[in-house]
Design a protein. Sequence first.
Length: 390
Amino acid sequence: MHTDPVDVNQARKDTPACEKIIHFNNAGASLMPLPVTQALHHYLETEARIGGYETADLHADSLNSLYSSAARLLNCQPEEIAFVENATRAWDMAFYAFNFKPGDKILTAIAEYGSNVIAYLQQAKRFGIEVVFIPDDEYGQVDTDALSKMIDSKVKLISISHIPTGGGLVNPAIEIGRIARQNNIPFLLDACQSAGQIPLDVESIGCDLLSITGRKYLRGPRGTGLLYIRNNILNQLDPPFLDQHAAELISPIEYKVREDARKFENWEQFFAGKYALGVAIDYALSWGLGPIQQRIYDLADKLRNQLSNCKDITVTDTGKEKCGIVTFYSRSLGANSIKKMLSQKNINVSISDGSGTLVSFQQRGLNELVRASVHYFNTEEEIETFVGCF
């Protein structure tokens, strides 16, 4: 495993925008490094020069290598990976493949992503299933003791966001996976914010399904995502729709569905993004996810500690383990005003409002927060500059 510290100078050379902006919006969309942008531009230029189908043929080996790169990232098999246009659609393809029956239960987290909760509620209306929120523990993460006590024969899915969008906590996915395996319950993990930020080993986690975006901590293009589905659950899932890439029409009244995870893909794809996402994953792996995590966590701890010393600022992060997302509010300035003020100083942040983690925000009495999310190419000096704004 790669254990050398991240070469920050090289990382910043690969990220020219660092010369002009302080990018603390990596949980929204990170800055693509030069190898990724060059790959994207090269592919698009080739499409413009020789044609789309012809470019896909020319780069067939590289496009196919995405699956082996993703398999290395997650410690799985290439045939367990599907390329999907974004993490939400990847997650949807997995979730809507379950055939629920009246009385079934879905267990999820208080800090679950709002889009996922909407999907749970839609299926609850359709099929008469019950959506049950697992209580938080004293740290604000999923209470695994409570989860164990909630298991019964009606629970058909455990589905949580690994790192919620509206705070710094990292949910205890490995312990949740252990409980799911012990009880033979499928476990769907939304790894949108964790992929590229921390090591993800689906064997250690024990999840059966996992969704990823390219644009966040993996530093890939927007409009790219991945879906992992464990081989032994593939034949139990019915994709919500099929096309002639996912299945083969073998007679006027008969078709045959693929046997690998690509049955969850579309025939038409963002091929330039797919090509560049493979480069982004390889780039992340070249640094090592362990060193990346250590660098991000160290920077985030420094940012939290310094913000906590600002008289007007309240840091709102929860969790026993905290990641690279730092959320806070000011007692005198609204979140939008802070974002605008920082933007004028060429500092990028985002706002986390109730829609992203509504259940958690309502329970905690929160409204809008400023979200500053750091990456390994950020520096201690940028943190000093940032905190100096308050």
